[in-house]
Design a protein around this ligand. Structure first.
Ligand code: SF4
Length: 546
């Protein structure tokens, strides 16, 4: 198939904080050498607009923003919702909220800011564009171009395929973006990162493990909370065997960002992160805050929780892997925006040297990893390198003491790497469908389809499904018997549905139009037969403002 060829010097896949920081810093560094106009830098974004597909709590440690834009980064116009003010941490039981008498050190957020990440990346996009970076929105990268282990760029998605995959009139093969250096900063469970890590066997000593976060933004009556207030909770409705917890951030006196993250390695095939979030809202503490309020937006996203030992190799011939794609999130602090931005800065320094030297080999790009190891990213992640493993091994109750003690001693105990199971391997056989008691009331709690509506997620129906199931016969036979079809539970957007009569025409129906691109299915499917790919129509959620 003949494809249009677009040659650039650097292509960055994903317009999140890591890649936008990298593109901006790179242009600045090249400008300092008087070479800014000699190199073309392109950022590809699969969403219709930058910010559409990004979702985070979010409390941001501003230190990387200061390094990137200077101490006056806020005065330059970066949108910030609030400075963190009052902070409290609770343990929930079904009917009570017990406030901890102290703030766990990893959850102290004094000096940090509450942001809406979709708005922050819109601003970062403008800064990069002003320097001459090309930001290509609505341009999903579907595949990598690799030659003999050297990444040579990416291939954009083909457009104009019929639902059966055949070419229709008006079919357009995706262009090949040929690049000296390809940067994968796709966020959590990037589809190209997954391909590259599997294909070149780059995964670190531990597999990556994930949680699924479900977020809502609420408008509530005045007088209940002050702008800048931060609450976190652990406990109910999660069992002790499952890592996770909630956040409530007051964006203003009447607007809240709330959410719940549920780890996917808890073992129960019936785990439903969406229902857990909805159930959590019915707790008296939360329900009292939300009573009479309105949900403005909602969405879901996986969170890469594995940390240091789950990092894939970050570099190779012609490529770098940065940000969440490179497992740089600090799960103990519940933060990854600052490490993502810092990784973008370090990647830019490495790429500038590589471009000016005309050398994009692994030897040259290894300097990125050297920079990471010498930076505060390493310091932060090393101290909590066994954090998630402690919870996975000991359950939440004991895990928090073990992980907390390791942190308090500067990471000097449990010095060796603790292993962890991949999420899909941790799932126990059993019936996912055992508990279907959750009934949303339509006000405080809402069903998954209402969540899809609030996410603004749509895909054209007339196209191939972007969710590929390698062997759908497994769903009605083996999976139904062994696990009870957990995909009907773990997907927060009701995409997977078993239809038909058992023993006759039972089969999996994929309502791909609902998909909010959270990637939970790609992670949690116990047989690893689901592959998330980019849709051909730029479909998906509209998270701007979430
Ligand atoms: Fe998330 Fe997969 Fe469901 Fe899409 S289909 S919303 S990626 S779990």
């Amino acid at each position: 198939m003949e494809r249009e060829v677009m040659p650039v010097d650097v292509v960055l896949v994903g317009a999140g904080p890591a890649n936008l920081a990298c593109a901006y810093r790179l242009k600045k560094l090249l400008a300092e050498k008087g070479r800014a106009d000699d190199f073309q830098i392109m950022v590809l974004e699969k969403g219709r607009e930058v910010g559409d597909h990004i979702l985070s709590g979010a409390i941001m440690d501003p230190k990387a923003m200061v390094e990137l834009y200077g101490a006056d980064w806020r005065a330059q116009g970066c949108p910030v919702d609030a400075d963190v003010g009052k902070e409290e941490v609770f343990t929930f039981t079904k009917d009570a909220a017990k406030k901890l008498p102290f703030l766990p050190p990893t959850l102290k957020n004094h000096g940090c800011v509450i942001v809406t990440l979709s708005q922050v990346v819109r601003w970062m996009k403008d800064q990069a564009e002003a320097l001459g970076v090309t930001i290509a929105e609505g341009m999903p990268a579907a595949d990598l171009v690799i030659n003999g282990g050297h990444v040579m760029g990416v291939r954009l998605v083909d457009r104009g395929r019929a639902p059966d995959g055949s070419e229709e009139s008006g079919f357009e093969p995706g262009a090949e973006v040929q690049a000296t250096i390809t940067v994968l900063g796709e966020g959590s469970r990037g589809s190209l990162t997954k391909k590259l890590v599997d294909g070149l066997q780059l995964q670190g000593p531990n597999p990556q493990v994930y949680g699924t976060g479900v977020k809502e933004v609420w408008e509530i009556p005045a007088g209940r909370i002050q702008k800048g207030t931060v609450y976190h909770s652990a406990g109910w409705p999660l069992p002790n065997t499952t890592y996770g917890g909630s956040w409530i951030y007051a964006i203003s006196d009447t607007k809240l960002s709330i959410g719940f993250v549920t780890a996917l390695d808890g073992g129960n095939p019936g785990t439903d992160p969406y229902e857990i979030m909805q159930t959590w809202k019915s707790h008296p503490f939360v329900a009292a805050l939300l009573a009479g309020g309105t949900i403005l937006k909602s969405g879901s996203k996986t969170v890469p929780e594995g940390g240091y030992w789950s990092r894939p190799k970050s570099h190779g011939n012609g490529f770098l892997i940065i940000g969440d794609s490179g497992s740089l999130l600090n799960i103990a602090r519940l933060k990854g925006i600052h490490t993502a931005i810092k990784s973008g800065i370090l990647a830019a320094e490495t790429i500038a040297e590589a471009l000016l030297a005309g050398d994009a080999t692994e030897r040259m790009l290894a300097k990125y990893e050297e920079r990471v190891q010498a930076s505060w990213i390493k310091e932060e992640l090393w101290r909590v390198r066994n954090w998630r493993q402690a919870f996975s091994r000991h359950g939440f109750g004991r895990g928090k003491f073990v992980a907390g003690l390791a942190w308090a001693l500067g990471g000097k105990i449990f010095a060796d790497r603790l292993p962890i199971h991949a999420d899909h391997e941790a799932m126990h056989k059993g019936q996912a469908s055992a508990d279907r008691s959750f009934k949303p009331d339509g006000k405080l709690t809402i069903d998954k389809l209402s969540g899809v509506f609030n996410a603004g997620s749509v895909h054209e129906e007339h196209q191939p499904s972007h969710l590929l199931v390698a062997d759908p016969s497994v769903c009605a036979s083996k999976c139904a018997t062994e696990f009870g079809n957990p995909c009907e539970r773990f997907c927060p957007a009701a995409v997977y549905e078993m239809v038909g009569t058992i023993g006759k025409d039972r089969r999996l129906q994929i309502n791909f139009s609902n998909c909010v691109h959270c990637k939970t299915c790609d992670v949690a499917d116990p047989y690893s037969i689901i592959t998330w790919t980019v849709p051909q129509d730029n479909g998906g959620p509209r998270y701007l403002g979430l």
